[in-house]
Design a protein around this ligand. Structure first.
Ligand SMILES: [Zn+2]
Length: 125
């Protein structure tokens, strides 16, 4: 078994700290040394829904291991999935709910495309 991953970061309030690094974290290449200890956030790779030149949705794992916020939807010690532009961090049930709504929306888009095709073919007014 290999040693647990760690990352060493500069913080505004505690100087240099070394903390455990989850396997899913993509690293802290853009870490700001003025970050407070409680605001250190691990981030996984984002998945994106893009269409043409617009980013519609972005989602990725996040965790603020020393965060003190217990407010729902905020980054805290419990890992979650941050979703933009929603601006919230979701738990698994909330993420499944979002995925279900996207499935339903995709069905509505297909129905709209069917309707438009019919209109353009002169079959409906
Ligand atoms: Zn990390």
């Amino acid at each position: 078994m290999s040693a647990p991953r760690t990352v060493t970061l500069q913080t505004a309030d505690r100087g240099t700290v070394t903390i455990p690094e989850p396997v899913w974290c993509i690293g802290h290449q853009h870490h700001d040394p003025n970050t407070a200890y409680v605001d250190i956030t691990h981030s996984g790779p984002d998945i994106a829904l893009n269409f043409r030149y617009t980013g519609l949705l972005l989602a990725g794992l996040v965790q603020a291991p020393h965060g003190t916020s217990t407010a729902e939807g905020m980054d805290g010690p419990t890992p979650g999935v941050s979703v933009h532009p929603l601006g919230e961090t979701l738990n698994p049930a909330q993420l499944y709910d979002l995925a279900g709504r996207l499935d339903a929306y995709a069905d509505q888009l297909r129905a709209l495309a069917d309707q438009l095709t019919e209109i353009l073919a002169g079959g409906a007014q």
